[in-house]
Ligand binder design. Structure first.
Ligand SMILES: *Cc1c(COP(=O)(O)O)cnc(C)c1O
Length: 243
C-alpha cells in the first residue's frame, strides 16, 4: 500500500476520519495545482469514483460534503445508487457502456461520461425519454490510437457532439478522456483541450472537460480540466474484483 493511502478501515468512525483526511489531501493537491495554473479551485468539480467500495463509503463521503459520485459498472452502480437514493447525489457513469445497459443507467445516472458511438447516443436518448429524464452526456475521446480503452477518435467527436445535442432527452456536456497508460499525460490532456475547444465553437455550453484521476490530476488541471474523477486517492487501493 502506498504511504498515506486510506487503508479501508472497517470501523465507521475510523473510516470517516480516514476519508476526511484523504479528502483534505486531495483538496490540497487541487488547490496547489490551481495556484500553479492560475486557476480558481471553484472551477473544479470533484467526482469520487467509488467502484469496488461499499455504499457505506458513499454515505460517509456525502456526509463530508461530496455530491458527485462515479461508477464504471452498471451491475455495481445500480444497487449502490438505490441504497443511497435518500442522499442528494449526482451519479456519473464513467465506464464502457453496452447499449443494452442504457435503459438501466438512464434510471439513476445524471451524467454519462463514456459516450463514444452513435448507437449509444440513440439508446441513451430513447432510455432517458422513456424515464422522463434528461441525461447529460460527454463524448469520450480516445487519446491513444494504439490502445483501445473506449473513446471516439478525435475526428469522430464533432459528429457525435451534434447527435447528442440534437437528441430528444440528452444534453451535450462536453468531453471526457483517460490518459494513455504509461505515457506522459500532459500532451494527451493538451490534445483533449484542443478537441474540447473545437467542440465549444459549435456548442458553446458544452464546457465540461472530464480528465484527471488520482495519478494525473495536476496535469489535467494544468490543461483546463473542469471535472476530476478520483478513486484511489480518496478511497484507497482497490482489491481485485471477483466476479
Ligand atoms: C476507476 C476510474 C477512475 C478513478 O481512477 P483512480 O486512479 O483510482 O483515481 C477514473 N476514471 C475512470 C473512467 C475510472 O474507471
Amino acid at each position: 500500500m502506498t504511504p498515506g493511502e486510506p487503508s479501508g478501515a472497517a470501523d465507521p468512525d475510523e473510516r470517516r476520519a480516514e476519508l476526511a483526511e484523504s479528502l483534505a489531501r486531495v483538496r490540497g493537491r487541487i488547490a496547489a495545482a490551481c495556484a500553479a495554473a492560475g486557476r480558481d479551485p471553484a472551477e473544479l468539480t470533484l467526482i469520487a469514483v467509488t467502484k469496488t467500495f461499499p455504499a457505506s463509503d458513499v454515505r460517509l463521503l456525502a456526509g463530508l460534503g461530496l455530491t458527485e459520485v462515479g461508477e464504471n459498472r452498471d451491475q455495481e452502480a445500480r444497487p449502490k445508487a438505490a441504497d443511497c437514493a435518500d442522499l442528494p447525489l449526482t451519479w456519473h457513469f464513467v465506464g464502457r457502456l453496452q447499449t443494452n445497459k442504457a435503459r438501466a443507467v438512464a434510471g439513476y445516472a445524471g451524467v454519462v461520461h463514456s459516450v463514444d458511438r452513435s448507437r449509444l447516443v440513440a439508446a441513451l436518448s430513447d432510455a432517458a425519454a422513456r424515464a422522463g429524464r434528461t441525461l447529460r452526456c460527454l463524448v469520450q475521446v480516445s487519446l491513444d490510437e494504439a490502445e483501445h480503452r473506449g473513446g471516439a477518435a478525435p475526428d469522430e467527436v464533432p459528429g457525435l457532439a451534434d447527435e447528442i445535442a440534437a437528441a430528444e432527452a440528452l444534453e451535450l456536456g462536453g468531453v471526457m478522456a483517460v490518459a494513455p497508460l504509461g505515457a506522459d499525460p500532459l500532451p494527451a490532456f493538451e490534445r483533449l483541450a484542443a478537441v474540447a475547444g473545437e467542440m465549444r465553437r459549435n456548442h458553446p455550453h458544452a464546457r465540461v472537460v472530464s480528465a484527471g484521476m488520482s495519478g494525473d490530476l495536476e496535469q489535467a488541471i494544468a490543461c483546463g480540466a473542469t471535472h476530476l474523477r478520483i478513486g484511489t486517492a480518496l478511497l484507497g487501493g482497490r482489491r481485485a474484483i471477483v466476479r
